[in-house]
Design a protein around this ligand. Structure first.
Ligand code: PCA
Length: 325
């Protein structure tokens, strides 16, 4: 009796005071750094949500694998252990093959292409996410993926046997097709892998090179514009459904604004990072003429492999994408 009374009193103290709803807090882990343009954009989204809901929904971003490691974020959001998360979409391709569309090399050569690809890919991604109890919010591309090397590259033969840093299934397959040895290194460990002399080559953006100060080892950056992988921010669908109408509207509006701002920030980051690489002594060059046809053929081969393995849905993305070209 006494105990019950105490519990009731405690509950009454915790209950929101009349007229002021208790704030809801979402946790949003990401595998990327807070000061990168992706991290800044996710932080901007969180601030917009907080402002748009009058502080009734707060989003606490946990950067750089601190809360949940990148590879486990989707599962944690799905299980409701956290309410939202940010991942690189191609990292989910094993479970949701269509999420891998943006890492098929040499399909998308510009931000405009990347935008159109996302337009066709998005409805399918939404469908698959919804089937898993997830709600996609916004996607933002990394700048185009270029090739970093220590030694100059004249032809594909120069890549054979090199230890190539990889970060997903696509980069592993490309390394294999080039006769290189794939070495899996998460983005936050690239600097360390270079210092330890564990990698000779890498395909990623200029931004990622700058963030890891790769000029300690890499001397060349070939602008092969291989693909534009996107980071996706998404929520647990039940957590989203539990919000009020006004909160949901604020989340969607903030997501749409964050997507627009993120694409613009990616373009700026692409230009500034390439300059920063040059300032630090890297030679940035277009794809070497002898390498160009080889990587293009590899791209075609990779696209066919992808179309075969994904099937009908891949056509739903690529047919309208190529038709409009
Ligand atoms: N940077 C991330 C993914 C793509 C990119 O540009 C990385 O290298 O892991």
């Amino acid at each position: 009796m006494r105990r019950r009374h105490l519990l009731l009193t405690a509950a009454a103290t915790l209950a929101p005071t009349a007229g002021r709803a208790a704030a809801t807090t979402w946790t949003l882990p990401t595998g990327y750094k807070a000061d990168s343009f992706q991290g800044q954009n996710v932080a901007r989204f969180a601030r917009m949500v907080e402002a748009g809901t009058g502080g009734s929904l707060r989003i606490e971003v946990q950067p750089d694998n601190q809360g949940v490691p990148l590879a486990q974020i989707a599962a944690a959001v799905r299980a409701g252990r956290v309410q939202a998360g940010e991942v690189i979409m191609t990292g989910l391709a094993q479970d949701i093959p269509i999420a891998g569309a943006d890492a098929v090399p040499f399909v998308v050569a510009s931000y405009e292409d990347a935008q159109r690809l996302w337009q066709h890919q998005r409805p399918l991604v939404e469908r698959h996410f919804e089937a898993r109890g997830l709600k996609p919010l916004f996607a933002v591309p990394w700048p185009p993926q270029g090739l970093y090397t220590i030694r100059p590259v004249r032809s594909a033969d120069d890549l054979r046997g090199t230890r190539m840093r990889t970060y997903n299934a696509t980069t592993v397959r490309i390394a294999q097709l080039l006769g290189a040895e794939p070495v899996d290194v998460p983005m936050s460990k690239v600097g360390q892998a270079l210092a330890e002399g564990r990698i000779d080559t890498m395909i990623t953006s200029a931004v990622t090179g700058v963030e890891n100060k790769v000029w300690s080892a890499f001397k060349f950056f070939y602008e092969i514009n291989a693909w534009f992988p996107k980071n996706l921010t998404f929520a647990n669908a039940a957590a989203y459904a539990a919000l009020s109408d006004a909160q949901r509207q604020a989340v969607l509006q903030s997501a749409s604004a964050a997507e627009t701002a993120g694409w613009a920030a990616s373009r700026v980051a692409a230009t500034e990072s390439a300059q920063e690489l040059r300032r630090n002594g890297l030679r940035t060059e277009p794809a070497p003429p002898l390498l160009q046809p080889v990587i293009r053929r590899l791209g075609e081969r990779f696209s066919l492999e992808w179309l075969h393995s994904v099937g009908r849905e891949a056509n739903e993305v690529f047919v309208p994408f190529y038709a409009a070209r």
